[in-house]
Design a protein around this ligand. Sequence first.
Ligand SMILES: [Zn+2]
Length: 418
Amino acid sequence: MFETTLRYNSLNNKHAVEGEYPRYDSLIIDGKMLAYSKKALPQFIQNLNQERSLDYYVEPIISDFRSGDDFRYPDGTIRGWYDSYVNELGDPLKQALFDFDNVNPRHLDEEIIRGISRSVVLYQENFVPNQLKEESGKYEEVDPDEVMPKAVIPWHHRINEKSDLGPNRTILDTTKAEAMLSLKPCIHTTKSFIRDRSHRTSLVELVKDYDVDECFLLIEELGKHNTYESTYKDVIDLVYDISEAGVKPHFYYGDYFSNLLSYFGLGGTTYGVMYGEEYTETTEYTDQGGMLLRYYVDQIKDFLKVPAAVELMKRTDSAMCKCDICQRHFDDWDDTVAHQESDDPLMNHLQKHYIERRWRHARQVEIKSFETIISKLESDRQEYVYPYTNARQISPNKDFDYLPRWINAVKERSELVN
Ligand SMILES: [Zn+2]
């Protein structure tokens, strides 16, 4: 099985997350959004759980405080959702954010690191069951085991250099001692760190030492438009080595390339309801409101603005997407553009279409051979590259070169395919 994990980090995406629940295996819920939406979200988890057994995780969030000031208002106080989260976790996190600009374990006393690590565990294991108990009163029994996360994700500190390994070990030691649930640690690192073979080995040793079955893997800035073929090969080597060591890695953010990694030992991938395929640390506050309407074009495994997607599909005479959502809502490609001007919630359809596509990608890599998947990518590339470069509505700054980079990287490592 290739686990699909949907990232739930905006309350605006409620309809897509709720409506598409048969089309993902698990949810990862933003820890600060949970703290903010403390009545509705636990209830939502319980309701979904009654319809099907819901596996979910809670994002530990603490790494957001590592640098920058995007989590503070200009007067220095902590912003809305972050503030709710910090209040739930209490001290020593709260005090540390009061005393210092940032919470970077490289510069913190070990006792503070241990204290914050423990509050992260307590929050993930107890917050949802406690909220539900409080809300239901004594009339309704809440079985905490039913509504607990699938595993605890320990606070992850980005590994830029080897000296970042120590703080991660302190966090993992403490979390392991504190947690009742199993751990699914997130190995959070950078493209430049994994370039070095001995660095990759140190990451493999880190996960191996904690006797876990699974881990998450977060390699920052692995966007398809700015990642070299050589980096993709480093990623393949790392995924392969972790999985050979007996731990199944899952991507913490992943585009279609992560599906190809299933042939090298990746156990699953994570994405948002729209975008959320890659992660870059933010250090300055930007208004995240007003999400752009983009259509995920499956043949190119990327998002395009709706009119650009329509132009590309018409130039290539492509049939309307076969997913349930597109079949139900769009008569033809022009109809998607027409929805932009109507009251029909186009954003909802676009999000659900994306969730459906990514669900199918996971099922494809489970049943199809490596060779079949690669030859399909190659034929899509041949068919779409010319219309793509000539489409007037696709920005000339955008290119389709990521597809050959993926294909070359996985082919050069094909001796590792298991
Ligand atoms: Zn569709």
